[in-house]
Each structure stands twice: as structure tokens, then as C-alpha cells.
Design a protein around this ligand. Sequence first.
Ligand code: NAG
Ligand code: NAG
Ligand code: NAG
Ligand code: NAG
Ligand code: NAG
Length: 401
Amino acid sequence: MYTNKQRQVYHCIGLMFFLSVVMFTIIQIEHISIQKVSEPERIERQTRMEKEIDLQNKSTHPISVNFSTEIMQRMELLAEHPKESTTWDIISSNCSASLSFLSTEWFTSLNSDFKQFLLYRHCRYFPILMNHPVKCAGDVDLLMVIKSVITQYDRREVIRQTWGKEQTINGKNIKILFLLGTSSNEGERANHQKLLEYENYIYQDILQWDFMDSFFNLTLKEIHFLKWFSMYCGNTSYIFKGDDDVFVNVPNILEYLEASKDTKDLFVGNVLFKAYPIRNKMSKYYIPEVLYEKNYYPPYAGGGGFLMNGPLARKLYGACETLELYPIDDVFLGMCLEVLQVKPVQHNAFKTFGIVRNENSKMNREPCFFRDMIVVHKLLPPDLINMWSLIYSDLDCSKKI
Ligand SMILES: *[C@@H]1O[C@H](CO)[C@@H](O)[C@H](O)[C@H]1NC(C)=O
Ligand SMILES: *[C@@H]1O[C@H](CO)[C@@H](O)[C@H](O)[C@H]1NC(C)=O
Ligand SMILES: *[C@@H]1O[C@H](CO)[C@@H](O)[C@H](O)[C@H]1NC(C)=O
Ligand SMILES: *[C@@H]1O[C@H](CO)[C@@H](O)[C@H](O)[C@H]1NC(C)=O
Ligand SMILES: *[C@@H]1O[C@H](CO)[C@@H](O)[C@H](O)[C@H]1NC(C)=O
């Protein structure tokens, strides 16, 4: 027979066992039901559970160990904002040419750039060579991303000195990044890559990916940026994306954005409606029917400079993922917008086509014109510097031009 003392001890052990089974069950149930609740509720619950587990830890309850590590892991997955540890997840450039249409008749009639594009069309993502994971940290109102190539350092330099300055205007935080691929030419790669690294070391404003910078690879630049933005810029409000040979009026952008605060899917630029693919085989931009069969492109904004908001950019990343790459970057983005059923908005302050064709046009050299614009294409470094100093001199624009 048991003594009283022994009986007490067994009672105690029995009770503890019962309690731990109950606790285990409760946690298990909560654990399962977690999958069915909404996101905020889920986070709230997990925080609560973590606290419970913490308490159990203190009483060195044996079943707590597994759950606490598992929950910690889930919490990390749930964290809404990107962590410092977020890394570009593509590590290999190894993608071989697809030879399936080499023997087709239409393929042999294409020019070599086009052939190159088609052979590598399925290679979507490449490793990142220069990254700035914390560029968007905190509170960025306007991120300006500029397409550039290694050799055009003079354009980048002048942009940094003029409209591309990282600064805060009326409390709006502005950042800049240049988007680059690698050089297509071996000599350039050897000589310029080191200079680029130094430039990036000084200015901390270059994103570079390991794909060849060529006209038909601009679409790669587009999707790499959208992916990058979705990974690192969860809190960024607006994006200006453009070329490195344009004039940009940042105060006008800010004014426009202030007035469009309530626009949900903001996408504005110099929009072409009903542009058509070029069917002349002699043209550099000839598009065979097998590549694009419709007569018209969806509406798209000229890639020289346009504005979009952060939430839309994140949606565009997903939308573009559903499409095969198209060799013209701004048309491709128009196709992604079409997937989302978002219509790009035309605005006359974006002049990304055609200004320069008429050499004698007053628009080419008239500072009062530039002062009222948002983007003007095209202005190379010496002209940009001149125009910049004219606009910010005591400019009298009351006279009719
Ligand atoms: C809980 O216990 C585990 C394992 O013993 C330990 O790794 C963890 O740091 C403890 N957590 C707390 C908050 O004490
Ligand atoms: C605890 O974790 C280990 C390793 O992660 C696993 O093998 C084991 O089944 C877990 N135990 C429980 C009760 O979940
Ligand atoms: C590239 O990938 C192919 C097959 O996936 C493999 O056979 C080849 O060795 C790889 N080359 C390099 C340089 O990694
Ligand atoms: C996101 O932006 C808001 C203001 O727009 C700011 O208060 C907040 O700290 C930012 N959050 C992060 C994680 O940067
Ligand atoms: C685009 O870049 C990839 C990777 O460097 C290259 O293999 C491909 O030939 C390029 N395509 C064009 C059209 O230049």
C-alpha cells in the first residue's frame, strides 16, 4: 500500500500530466486554427501565443521548446517589412539558348539583335552585382530610377548635380538609383567595371545586374527593377522611372503627386494609344506576326520618363510574371498594365517623344517651357547643365514666348 505522502506525490504528478496534456491540446488547436484567420488577427494571435510560450519557458515546461522555435520561425516569415537579411535570390547566370525555332523560316529572316533576344527570351532573372538593400529604408516619398549604361558616367554625374540630387523638398524624401546591366563588350567590361565600382562606392546609387546591357534587354531591366522594388521598398510611395538623357522637373513632380494623392493605381506619362508594331522588314524594330499578332499595342507610356505609385509597381511585378518577355520595354510594361486592367494616363507635361526632331522648335531651348514641364526628352550633359542654370536664374516667364 502507498503511504499518504506517496499518494500525494502521485496525485501531483497525475495533475501535472493532465495539465500538460490540456495545455498541449490548446496550443495545438490554436496552431491549427491559425491558418483560417485573417492576417492582422493572425499576427495578433501569434504575438499572444509567443507570450504564452515565453511563460511556459520560464516554468521549463518540456513541450514548449518545439513550439517556441517553430513560432519564432513563423513570426519571421510573417514580418511585413523586408529585413536586412533579405537577399536577391538569383545566384546563377547560367541560362542556355533555346534552339527550338532556329530552323523556322521567320527566324532566319530576323536581324541579329532580334535573334539574340529570342534565343534568350526565357532567361528571366540574373544575379545582382551591386545592390543597395537599405535605399528605401524609412520613409521614401519619391524614388527616381534611371536607366543607364556603364560608359555613360558623364550623364549620371550631371544628373546627380542637377535634378537627380538626393534631397528633401518640402518634407518629401527623394532618392535616386541608376539601373545598369553589364557591358556587352569585353574590353569595356575590363576597363569600365572597376570605375563603376568606384563610382558606386562614392555615390552609393547604382544597381547592377549580371545581364548584357542592350536595347532588347531593357525589358530585363524593367522586370529586375520591379522585382527589386517589391523586395526592398515596401514603404515607398512613388517611383519616377526614366532615361539618363532627359530633363526632369522634380518640384513639378511633387506638385503633381500632391494633387493626385487619392489616385489609386497611379500611372502617368506620355501615353501612346493605338501604337502599332512595325511590320517593315528593313526596320530595326521590325516585329514579325509570330511575335505579336494584334494590330495595335495596348496603351503605354514612353519609357523616357513616367510616374507610378508603389502599390501599383508591386502589382505590376506580379502581372509581368504572367507574360513572356517582349523586346520593347515600355510596350511590355503596357502589356503588364493591361493584365491589371489599369489604363495609363496621358499628361502633357511629359515630353518623351519627338521634341528634338524639330531642331528649330522653340521648345528645344526655351527655359520657360522647361520650367512648366515634368520630363523633356532629350537633353545631353552640356545642354542639361545650361538649361539648369537658366531655369534657376531669375527667369522672367511673364512675356509670351
Ligand atoms: C526558451 O527555451 C529555449 C530552449 O531551452 C531557449 O532556446 C530560448 O531562448 C528560451 N526563450 C526564452 C524567451 O527564455
Ligand atoms: C520537435 O522537433 C523535432 C525536430 O524539429 C521533431 O523531430 C519532433 O517531432 C518535434 N516534436 C513535436 C512534439 O512536435
Ligand atoms: C550550366 O548549366 C548546365 C546545365 O544546366 C551545366 O551542364 C553547365 O555545366 C553549367 N555551366 C556552368 C558554367 O555552370
Ligand atoms: C513607413 O512610412 C511611414 C510614414 O509614411 C513611417 O512612419 C514608417 O516608419 C515607415 N516604416 C518603415 C518600416 O520604414
Ligand atoms: C540579354 O542578356 C543576356 C544575359 O547577359 C544575354 O545572354 C542575351 O544575349 C542578351 N540579349 C540581348 C538581346 O542582347
